[in-house]
Design a protein around this ligand. Structure first.
Ligand code: GLV
Ligand code: MN
Ligand code: MN
Length: 422
């Protein structure tokens, strides 16, 4: 009986697609992407829209003091923490329409489906919008789920400043989304996150669904290089302490060091040059480094090599080079029960699937420290993401949403079997 009910619940592909296209207008870029940096007015607008939609479905929306939003649909048992699903509504500066938005809007679509069917779950069901998943404005990424999981301190997180000097806490107040609930106090029975793969494997293999078993390790660093700003016309080459030349060599070193390991990646994503004048030898550079590999020991080796090379570059050019680690996330293995729910969901929904790890970071990785979690991937065109051309089809998005709903219902059924008679 229960199985039959679960199978009959089908999400509405058109409504999901319409909502993806509608919300993509909030912060839309001329090239068809979205620039909706966290805690900006566009973010507020997307949050307000999400809140209104959830409330129209009868949900109660709670906001925690890191701005993360939890829209709850009651179940039979109010004493059991909710089974949650969601992702993030913030984007990269040249972000696409699907990274993050798909996970939140598909979760909302799952709620719509339950609502329309009048289906009563055992546990409450929640949709979560995590604040600042991207880390594009306030580094590091996944800062709110990091506080939620006890990895970062609230005060530290709220004091993080963007490149213009505005703090996370200040920006949260400005858009009116510093909630009353203490971040981390919100308990979850489980968390499921649907996301586009952001890589090429599902598309290349013609698979509909990625059953995500874990996330690779990643580390972020900030580097400051101090030289001396001097006159570009009058300072002879041997007398210069050119911070940008040092930075150029560091960028080269990051690329070379990461390439030594087949599975590793290394990126310098921000480079700020001061004072920024055509006729001044740059005296200061700020840059960021992002290193990732499924094995944290590989990151250790790359980091040591870059640090040694930076010392050499500093000595040779007369520069002070300081490297600070701002986040270090070990590889994550998702909960076997949640992964099994995704596998079952893909199977009963009739989709082809393969197991895989995530090469991108996700809130589910932090949440998995405090609640059972797993992820679902759908293919994206050419594996391209963090790009305005990012694309997954209506059918691919719908498949992911259907598997998300079924995974949550499968987990709910197991929870009912385990706790039902208590
Ligand atoms: C999240 O967008 C990441 O950097 O992987
Ligand atoms: Mn994302
Ligand atoms: Mn992203």
């Amino acid at each position: 009986m229960v199985d039959r009910q679960i199978k009959n619940l089908t999400i509405d592909a058109e409504r999901l697609w319409d909502n993806l296209m509608l919300t993509a207008k909030i912060g839309a870029t001329p090239k068809g992407g979205i620039c909706r940096l966290t805690l900006t007015e566009f973010d507020r607008e997307a949050r307000d829209w999400f809140k209104a939609q959830a409330q129209a479905l009868g949900c109660t929306v709670t906001v925690d003091d890191m701005g993360s939003m939890f829209a709850r649909r009651p179940g039979q048992r109010a004493d059991i923490p909710p089974i949650a699903m969601g992702s993030h509504l913030d984007t990269q500066p040249t972000g696409g329409k699907f990274d993050g938005a798909l996970g939140v809007l598909a979760a909302l679509e799952a709620l719509h489906t339950l609502h329309r069917a009048g289906y009563e779950t055992f546990a409450p069901i929640e949709v979560v919008n995590w604040t600042n998943e991207e880390g594009a404005r306030f580094a590091p990424s996944m800062i709110a789920s990091g506080v939620f999981a006890g990895v970062y301190g609230r005060d530290w997180a709220c004091a993080r400043a963007d490149r213009g000097g505005e703090t996370f806490g200040g920006a949260l107040d400005k858009i009116g989304y510093r909630g009353a609930q203490r971040c981390g106090e919100h308990r979850l029975s489980a968390f499921f996150e649907l996301h586009i793969e952001q890589g090429p494997y599902l598309e290349a293999e013609g698979k509909d669904i990625g059953i995500v078993t874990g996330v690779q390790a990643m580390r972020w660093y900030e580097m400051t290089i101090i030289g001396q700003d001097t006159h570009a016309g009058t300072t002879p080459m041997p007398r210069r302490h050119d911070a940008l030349l040092g930075a150029a060599r560091v960028v080269e070193s990051v690329n070379r060091s990461a390439r030594q390991f087949p599975s590793a990646v290394g990126t310098v994503g921000i480079l700020e040059v001061k004072p920024g004048s055509p006729n001044v030898v740059p005296g200061e550079v700020f840059l960021t480094m992002d290193l990732r590999d499924p094995d944290a020991a590989v990151i250790d080796r790359i980091e040591q090599e870059i640090a040694a090379q930076a010392r050499g570059i500093g000595r040779e050019l007369g520069l002070e080079i300081a490297i600070k680690t701002i986040s270090s996330e070990p590889a994550v293995q998702f909960d076997a029960g949640c992964v099994a729910a995704v596998r079952t969901a893909a199977k009963i929904s009739g989709y082809s699937a393969r197991d895989m790890i995530s090469r991108a970071g996700h809130d589910a990785a932090f949440v998995s420290r405090v609640a059972p979690a797993a992820m679902i991937f759908v293919p994206c065109k050419d594996g391209i993401s963090h790009n305005e051309a990012e694309y997954s089809s209506k059918e691919q998005c719908a498949a992911g949403a259907q598997v998300l709903l079924q995974a949550v219902l499968d987990y709910d059924r197991r929870l009912a079997e385990r706790l039902g008679s208590e």
